[in-house]
Design a protein around this ligand. Structure first.
Ligand code: PLP
Length: 385
């Protein structure tokens, strides 16, 4: 067999797989006292109202009349309609034939890359979530890095040709949510070079204040953008797996190809999962989500305060469950994460995992129970750095 040579262009392991090895070493010293704020995985339980709908759906399957086999490749209409209704609250139209239900945003980034012919130039503002970038590398596409400004806002490289652009807002790791003007510049740039924007809205539920929740609020975006969303971070579905992408009909060829891809990619997402997803959009589901997002964001604010107390500067972004911060003077990101792990028993992710371009940074995830966040904050305040 001839292997895919592009594997040779990837780092030896995915950032969070590498982190797991370091965590296991730290556990030898800290045991159960180790606090893992590394990988961005949710820790609080599933909402009762969502679980109830999933149980009901499972019961339906036990009757001959309610049994279902393969789901429709791009998702059940009941879930697509709930997604459309959610977009309608923002004044955005998203029709059934523009929505493709999937098992989460990470796989979608891979799927969208497979629509490109290899050799495509893709702009990645850094620091950035690594999965889309690694999918690009594996498909033989060429990343073009653009460093975000000091406020975490990526600036389009006007005049530079590209085929696609990956944007994530609110950003993982910086927490920066772009506002309409900032995103408007990217839409203008994409239209000027004929590129497609893959807009990763995995953290759209965390937007408050000045940022906008969807790129489709920007005029012109339906001609150049596809929007990826996930149930992982707002509804606690990292283990259940559910997401969707919206590809507007205005981009007919892209929409047609994405539809065609649904037929080759997999056999869809389970009925039970999709019923759970629809329940997320109920009044109760939305109220639970807002409470949960508030909880994680308060966690992030507590961590930021602790870092500030020891003189560590964090990025301005407040619209995410992450705290992205500069390492104190003499430390590299790896060295500072090693110190945090050894002296505070706190696992953090080094900035280089996000293809950070210049500077030394680290990310703390705020997805932990409050007790752990408070303990981690106390230990950070006690650090002698
Ligand atoms: N996009 C971003 C920006 C993320 O941070 C993550 C997960 O951390 C994902 C996508 C993947 O989400 P999912 O669980 O839906 O695959």
């Amino acid at each position: 067999m001839k292997f895919n040579d592009f594997f040779g262009n990837l780092p030896p392991s995915y950032v969070f797989a590498g982190l797991a090895v370091k965590k296991n070493l730290a556990r030898k010293k800290w045991g159960d006292e180790l606090i893992d704020l590394g990988i961005g995985d949710v820790r609080l339980p599933l909402f009762g109202c969502v679980a109830d709908e999933m149980k009901k759906a499972t019961d339906e399957l036990t009757a001959a009349s309610g049994f279902r086999g393969y789901p429709p490749a791009s998702g059940y209409d009941f879930l697509k309609d709930a997604i459309s209704a959610d977009y309608a609250k923002l004044g955005i139209t998203a029709d059934r034939n523009e929505i493709f239900v999937n098992d989460g945003a990470k796989g979608e980034l891979f799927a969208l890359n497979s629509l490109m012919g290899g050799g495509s130039k893709i702009v990645f503002p850094t620091p950035c979530y690594p999965a889309g970038l690694e999918a690009a590398i594996l498909h033989g596409n060429e990343p073009i890095f653009v460093r975000s400004d000091d406020n975490g806002a990526p600036i389009p490289p006007f005049g530079k040709q590209c085929d696609a652009i990956y944007l994530c807002s609110p950003s993982n790791p910086s927490g920066k949510a772009m506002n309409e003007n900032e995103l408007g510049l990217w839409v203008e740039y994409a239209l000027s070079v004929g590129a497609t924007i893959f807009f990763d809205g995995a953290y759209s539920d965390y937007v408050q204040g000045g940022g906008i929740k969807s790129i489709f609020l920007v005029p012109g975006s339906k001609k150049c953008a596809a929007e990826i969303r996930s149930f992982s971070k707002g509804y606690g579905f990292t283990g259940i797996r559910l997401g969707y992408v919206v590809v507007p009909q205005e981009q007919k060829e892209l929409n047609d190809l994405r539809k065609r891809l649904s037929g080759c990619l997999d056999n869809g997402v389970s009925y039970v999962t999709q019923r759970g997803g629809a329940a997320c959009f109920s009044e109760k589901g939305q109220a639970e989500m807002r409470k949960r997002v508030g909880y994680y964001k308060t966690n992030a604010a507590i961590l930021k305060q602790a870092l500030k107390a020891v003189g560590i500067k964090s990025a301005d972004g407040n619209d995410s469950p992450y705290v992205y911060s500069e390492c104190p003077g003499r430390f590299t990101d790896e060295a500072f994460c090693a110190l945090l792990s050894d002296k505070a028993g706190v696992i953090a992710t080094p900035g280089r995992g996000f293809y950070e371009q210049g500077g030394e940074f680290f990310r703390l995830s705020a997805f932990a129970p409050r007790k752990e966040i408070l303990a981690a904050s106390d230990r950070i305040r006690d650090l002698d750095i």
